[in-house]
Structures are given as structure tokens and as C-alpha cells.
Design a protein around this ligand. Sequence first.
Ligand SMILES: C[S@@+](CC[C@H](N)C(=O)[O-])C[C@H]1O[C@@H](n2cnc3c(N)ncnc32)[C@H](O)[C@@H]1O
Length: 211
Amino acid sequence: MPVTEVSHPLFARFYTWFSGVLDRHGMAAQREALVDGLSGRVIEVGAGNGLNFSCYPPSVAGVLAVEPEPRLRAAALDAARRSPVRIEVVGGLADRLPAASGEFDAAVVSFVLCSLPDPVAGLREIRRVLAPEGRLRFLEHVRAAPGGWARAQDLLDATVWPCLTGGCHTGRDSVAAVEAAGFTVGPLERFVFPGGVRSPISFCVRGEARR
Ligand SMILES: C[S@@+](CC[C@H](N)C(=O)[O-])C[C@H]1O[C@@H](n2cnc3c(N)ncnc32)[C@H](O)[C@@H]1O
């Protein structure tokens, strides 16, 4: 049987709380913008506890939400029941998606590329399941500009951070990974979140890429 699960019970519990805090401090608006204008069939990879689900517009015909962590997947199932758009939640990993080639009009990832063991392999697999005109929408925390914050990110990523956070890395250049997987990156918005107070996960990007 192929592996389709990861298990991070403490992180799952922490993230369920922490992601709600971030949303209340402004991340919910970024989630709305992330999926704004999407239509047709959508695959969301690493859906977590399903915080994007309530943001999908009615033009979306259905969402296949892939989440490998069982506790987060259970929370995503709850969120899917409350969503106005039809959402199917399944287990699975980014680099082996349970989907046929070209099946989706759009793919969505948020705060996932930081956690994939091989982000380029996961992105190539996402590209596989997109239709020729398909779009990837992404919202990620990424590497800071060269300087003190980037050095702090490197130090954290080489030591405790990934062990405490389900494999997350603070200092990845995820836009470069999207390009390396064969996508053409379109409009991007870089922002520091939340404004004012900075941390190693403050440096964010939201954007779109064409298959
Ligand atoms: C920081 S959480 C983000 C959750 C959600 N996308 C959000 O925006 O709140 C990272 C997510 O990536 C998932 N993940 C980790 N490894 C994965 C993999 N190999 N394939 C797919 N998802 C993965 C985790 O289980 C978790 O749900």
C-alpha cells in the first residue's frame, strides 16, 4: 500500500488554534484573494483544517481537497460540511495526487510548499493534474531578502523549526520552486504579515502561475 498519510498530532492541534488567530489578524482576507475568481474544478493540496473552504466562489463547480494529516483532515471534513461549494476531502500526498492528468482547472496551495519534503516534485505533480490552461494559486511564507532575517531562517531551518512544525521551513524560495516545476509565474503580491511585528514566517507571497 502506498503511504498517503503524515502524522503530526501536536502540530495539528497547535495549527488548528494558530491558523484561526492569524485569520482573525488579517490572513482571512488573503485567503479570500487567493481563490477569488476561480471557476470549474479545483484541487487544493495540503488543505489543513479547511480554512480556505468558505472562501471559494460559487463559480467553483467542486473542490478535491487533499490532506495527509488525519487530525487536520477531520477538521477539514467539518469545514467542508459548512462550505457552500461542494468539497470532497481525501487523504494523499502532494507528490502522488489521487487524480487523473489534466483533471482540474485550478490548483490551490496555502502554506504548504514550506512543508513538502520535495516542493518541486510536489509542484510537478500538481502541474500534471491541471488542464492545459490550468492555473496554480499560491499563498506562502517565503525566504526574506538577504540579511539578518534570511540568516535567522537558515538557522531555524537547520535546527528545531521543522521538527516542531510538521516539517515546515521558514526560508524557502517557493516562487523559484514554482518556476522550477515548469509553471510560468504571473502576478505576485509580496507582503509582510502581520504589518509591524516581524517573525521568520512574516515574509509572504500570494500569486498565480500558468501551467
Ligand atoms: C501549515 S499547514 C497549512 C494548511 C492549510 N493549507 C492552510 O492554509 O491553513 C501545512 C499543510 O501541509 C500538509 N502537508 C504536509 N506534507 C504534505 C505532503 N507531503 N503532501 C500534501 N500536504 C502536506 C500538512 O498536513 C498541513 O495540512
